[in-house]
Design a protein around this ligand. Structure first.
Ligand code: 5GP
Length: 121
């Protein structure tokens, strides 16, 4: 599959500092910030700094260093957010996954019981 990155997406603008965000954690490989429309007491988005549109794009084409760095950042976010009781990680992907923003992001949701995995529509 071929992946095309649009650098005008809202998370690219956040990474460039053109749009403000409530940063939870940042390092060389990742930025984590609060979701603007939280669906749980903890709702943090973790994004890689590289131009990847989706989880499968990141998994297929990001370097080992980028991938390790990203998931270390996820661990740091979980520690900072204090989700010892558990959490849910979601990567909505393309149309069927109802992805809105075409820059790979992992939702970290916690602070309450999450309910069923998939809500029927
Ligand atoms: P998706 O459906 O692509 O997985 O989720 C995109 C998420 O980004 C949504 O939960 C939405 O609330 C969040 N979001 C959209 N625009 C902004 C923004 O400008 N700032 C922040 N912090 N979150 C945003």
């Amino acid at each position: 599959m071929e992946f095309t990155y649009d650098d005008q997406n809202i998370f690219a603008k956040i990474l460039r500092g053109e749009i403000p965000n409530k940063t939870v954690y940042e390092d060389d490989h990742a930025l984590a910030f609060e979701d603007i429309s939280p669906q749980a007491p903890v709702h943090v988005l973790v994004i890689p700094k590289g131009p990847y549109v989706s989880l499968d794009h990141f998994a297929a084409e990001a370097s080992a260093e980028e991938q390790t760095g990203f998931f270390r950042a996820v661990a740091e976010v979980c520690r900072i957010a204090g989700v010892e009781g558990g959490f849910r990680a979601i990567a909505n992907t393309r149309d069927d996954g109802m992805q809105e923003v075409p820059h790979f992001h992992l939702h970290i949701l916690g602070g309450r019981r999450m309910g069923p995995l998939v809500v029927q529509s």
